[in-house]
Unconditional design. Sequence first.
Length: 149
Amino acid sequence: MKIRERIFTRDKGLCRCEACRNSDNPKSAGEVDHIIPLSEGGTDDDSNLQAINVQCHELKSRLEAASRVPPSLIKAKGDEDSLEFLRLVMHDNTIDARTRTRAAVALAQYEHTKRGDGGKKEEKGRAAKAAGEGKFKPAAPPRLVVNNR
């Protein structure tokens, strides 16, 4: 018997989310859900799976996603700039690795510019400075010596 069929049979085809369990009229289940998400250390074991309704599953997933950002990082809009927020997320070990990696990638483009980044004027200025050194460097002005005797 497949996992999905086994879970539906065990849960009698009814939604096992917390709201439906406490209700007198639970909804019929259409999906199988991890009680503890895999990203938080959950397993594919039957004891960690439950039958769930589609709408309940979407709500549960949204609530889990919102809870992944620790309250210490949620501040009033305009309290801190976006780059500082990305730095905080990137260095916070309580946030899952995937979210931290995405924050690091988003931040990298602002902190580590490519060599060619910049305008045409800056590039021409760098080229002129490089050409004005070495073999074609202008000669130093003559030394003026004052002899007051």
